[in-house]
Design a protein around this ligand. Structure first.
Ligand code: DC
Length: 239
């Protein structure tokens, strides 16, 4: 098959609420790539477990119980013809709104510590990105899912900046949350994501760090082309 610059894989990892998905979506749009939100998959597993009562009595349901539910869970993405946005589905049911709730955010880090959940999600992520031309964001994309990604970015920002962005995002969706509560959730997710035994969140050695605390989206796009323009061009010429 003829290779084109569409084959590139761009991995964007980083801390919670650093604007990874906004950034990844925009890069995908400009390059004509597919955007894949790997966090949505962990959120979908979490929602499914919540709906089946696994979190009713405990914050840490047993791995065996979660695994039993995994067998009945098919995660897919469907393009909404009206908005053009890719929506996450559980067994064909659109759950894009539900997976963004604070309740899901409170439990998702635990679910993402479970090795069997990760194995299944990584398999799905590799399958979706196998032809390249993809921008995928998450926590372990450049380290585990695509260690040979052509471009790797690791995003971070100061906790206060991240909490305020997230609070505003929720407000925009009609959900009023206290700043301190949002900040605590973000800090707690960072702690669990970075400390877990399986695929902890960490910057890949060959990832380029982007601290966007003081940057606009336009500034981040300029940074992207300044940093990777040569690589994008070289790849295009190689083909
Ligand atoms: O990107 P997000 O905030 O929607 O991700 C939700 C959670 O999923 C996050 O707290 C950690 C987990 N996650 C992960 O462990 N690995 C990924 N590749 C993506 C997300």
């Amino acid at each position: 098959m003829e290779r084109t610059s569409r084959d590139l894989i761009i991995a964007i990892d980083g801390h919670s609420s650093t604007g990874k998905s906004t950034y990844a979506k925009l890069i995908a749009k400009e390059l004509g790539y597919v955007y894949v939100d790997s966090g949505a998959m962990y959120r979908a597993v979490t929602l499914y477990c919540m709906e089946h009562g696994l979190f009713d009595q405990t914050d840490e349901p047993e791995a065996g119980e979660v695994n039993a539910h995994l067998e009945h869970l098919y995660i897919t993405f469907r393009r909404n013809p009206e908005t053009g946005v890719n929506e996450t589905c559980i067994n064909g049911r659109v759950v894009e709104q539900e997976i963004r709730s604070m309740a899901v955010s409170d439990h998702v880090s635990y679910i993402s510590t479970l090795p069997d959940v990760r194995t299944q999600m990584v398999e799905l992520q590799r399958e979706i990105g196998q032809d390249g031309g993809v921008v995928m964001d998450g926590r372990d994309i450049g380290t585990v899912v695509y260690p040979h990604a052509h471009i790797k970015i690791f995003m971070t920002a100061r906790p206060d900046v991240r909490a305020e962005r997230r609070r505003k995002e929720l407000e925009g969706k009609g959900i009023d949350e206290d700043f301190e509560k949002v900040k605590r959730n973000i800090m707690e997710r960072d702690r669990i994501d970075s400390g877990r035994a399986t695929s902890p969140l960490k910057q890949a050695e060959d990832a380029v760090l982007l601290d966007n605390s003081e940057m606009t989206i336009a500034g981040q796009m300029s940074w992207f082309y300044e940093t990777f323009g040569k690589r994008l061009k070289a790849h295009g010429e190689e083909d």
